[in-house]
Every structure is written in C-alpha cells, then in structure tokens.
Design a protein around this ligand. Structure first.
Ligand SMILES: Nc1nc(=O)c2c([nH]1)NC[C@@H]1CN(c3ccc(C(=O)N[C@@H](CCC(=O)O)C(=O)O)cc3)CN21
Ligand SMILES: CC(C)C(=O)C(=O)O
Ligand SMILES: [Mg+2]
Length: 301
C-alpha cells in the first residue's frame, strides 16, 4: 500500500497530550455499536467513548448502575470492529461500569485488562477522584491508560442525590480541584469534568498537566464530550442544559419508517427494482385450487 493511501494513524494518549499543549480542542463522543463508530470516526472525531450511558441510551435502564462488565465488553468489541473497518483514526476509551472497580484494586486491574483484551479498548475510564487514586495508579502500572471522571459522576447518583451540578460552593470546588489533581498525580492521561461551573473547569484545566474533557463544564476545557444520541436528536426528550442538538435523526427515522409502512400497506414496496426473477422457475405454475388457494405444480429445474 502506498503511503498516500495508508489510513491515518490512530490517535494515542501522547497525541491528546500534545493537543492540549498546542491548544487544539479534543472532540469526543460516545458510540455503542459498529455502525455508529464507523460514522463518527469518518466524521473526524478524536476520541470515541463506549460510555456506560449505554444502559440508558440503548438498553432502556433508568440509570447507568445496572450495566455489567460483560455488556461493556460486548459493546466495546462492536465499536472496535466499526473503527477498524473505517479509517480507525479515533482513540477508543471504554467506561468501567459500576461494580467493576470499587470493591478491590485487584478486581479493578483484572476488569480493566478485560476491556482491553476482549473489548479492544485502548484506555479505560473510571469515575471518582482522590478515593480512586490507588485504583488508577495500579491500572496504569499494568499498562492500561486511565481517563478519570470527576464532578457529576452518574454511578454515584444516589450519593449525590440526583443528576445535579457539582462544585458550586467554595469548599466543594476545592474538593473537585483536589480530585482532578489526584487523578493526574495517579497517572491518569486525561480527565472528564461533568456538570461543574465553567469558571471552575477553566481553573482546573489551567492547573492540570493533562487534558480536561468537559460535559456541562463550559468552553474552556481542553475538549468536549457528548452522548451521541443527544447530539443527534435520538433521545426520548432528555435535554439537559449542556446538550446541543446537531441533528434531528430521531425525526428522520420516524419519517423514513412511516414511509416504509405506508408503501408496504399500499403494495408500493417492493417495486420491480427490488424484485428477483429467475429462469429456473419457468416450470412452476400457480393454479387456483378449489378454495382459491394457490397450489404449485411442476418443479424448479
Ligand atoms: N443520554 C444521556 N446523556 C448524558 O449526558 C448522560 C446519560 N444519558 N446517562 C449518564 C449520564 C447522566 N447524565 C446526566 C443526566 C441528567 C442531568 C441533568 O438533568 N442535569 C440538570 C442539572 C440540574 C442542576 O443541577 O441544575 C440540567 O438541567 O442540565 C445531567 C447529566 C449525563 N449522562
Ligand atoms: C457522558 C460520558 C462522559 C460518560 O461517561 C458516558 O457516556 O457514560
Ligand atoms: Mg459514563
């Protein structure tokens, strides 16, 4: 293969760090299957996250808590295949689901390695700051890059008392800064800042040596992440303040399927172009039986 036709190189953790240093924004989005992975990669996304939001967006749960490690592996492997069939430029991160890294450091390391070995992830993401520094350190030591996630951490929804903006007062803001710093000090290569005041996110972004990726954290983060369903308009009315819709794909699906239903009902589909004909069936004859039921005589040659 000539160099010109070679696929663009996959982005690595080093490229993301270089982007922060160069002031180039990082564009990240979730994907949960091969089709969406191929589409977002072809559109030039830098980072694809197999989010545990899969539980809410694709599996119909009311939170991310029921999502299992096996489910994450299943979706991650599909995304991996989608990326590998396309240009495969995007860096692939997979969320560690609730229960897969909280009980013990050993379990966390084993489970992170399964997401890489079986899911094809290049990195894993864990929710939590200072309390998870040891987990992050040990996973990184095992050779797996870790993205941290602080602020509104949906796996702690019951502790947080709902999906509410975090770090609004001085004390909580200090704690969040300490959590983000702890992630960087433990060896995380990037950190998601979810639903925190924009001023706080700007301060953290300036303080940290690693890229910050915001969702509901203002424009001064080093990158942004959104759930792909939300930006495409595929959601079921979920529209928190931080979402901007870039498409009306849900509407487009509705219109396309309505048109199909109508064509089927009116025998407008399939037309000749979608129909097959074969010489091999020339001996088949349909005759009307007594009850108007067709019966077949003859046989294919
Ligand atoms: N489709 C989808 N998009 C997401 O961004 C997302 C998921 N699912 N599932 C996992 C978590 C849950 N997330 C959420 C869910 C709700 C709010 C929310 O209702 N936020 C209020 C803030 C309320 C306040 O504190 O003022 C908002 O209006 O934005 C925020 C993040 C983000 N993640
Ligand atoms: C919203 C992003 C950061 C996430 O963790 C997810 O989609 O699960
Ligand atoms: Mg998540």
């Amino acid at each position: 293969m000539s160099k010109q036709n070679a696929p663009p190189k996959r982005l690595s953790v080093n490229d993301l760090l270089r982007m922060k240093q160069a002031g180039e924004k990082i564009a990240m989005v979730t994907a949960y299957d091969a089709t969406m992975a191929r589409l977002v990669d072809a559109a030039g996304i830098d980072v694809v996250l197999v989010g545990d939001s899969v539980g809410m967006t694709q599996l119909g749960h009311g939170s991310t808590l029921p999502v299992t490690l096996d489910q994450m592996i299943h979706h991650c492997a599909a995304v991996r295949r989608g990326l590998d069939r396309g240009s495969g430029r995007a860096h692939l991160v997979c969320d560690m689901p609730f229960g897969s890294y909280q009980a013990s450091v050993d379990e966390a390391v084993k489970n992170a390695m399964r997401l890489v070995a079986e899911g094809g992830a290049e990195a894993v993401k864990v929710e939590g700051g200072h309390d998870y520094a040891e987990v992050v350190r040990r996973i990184v030591r095992a050779g797996v890059p870790v993205m941290g996630h602080v602020g509104l951490t949906p796996q702690s929804v019951h502790k947080l008392g709902g999906y509410v903006v975090q770090g609004k007062d001085q004390e909580k803001a200090q704690q969040l800064l300490a959590d983000a710093r702890a992630m960087a000090a433990a060896g995380a290569y990037a950190v998601v800042l979810e639903c925190i005041p924009a001023e706080l996110a700007r301060f953290i972004t300036r303080q940290l040596p690693i890229p910050t990726i915001g969702i509901g954290a203002g424009v001064h983060c080093d990158g942004q992440v959104l759930v792909v369903n939300d930006l495409l308009g595929l959601d079921d009315g979920f529209k928190p303040k931080f979402v901007r819709r870039y498409g009306e794909v849900g509407k487009a699906i509705g219109e396309a399927v309505k048109a199909y239903v109508s064509d089927v009902r009116e025998a407008q589909f399939p037309a000749e172009e979608q129909s097959f004909h074969g010489q091999s069936l020339r001996l088949l004859q349909l005759v009307e039986g007594d009850g108007g039921e067709p019966s077949v005589i003859g046989a294919p040659v």
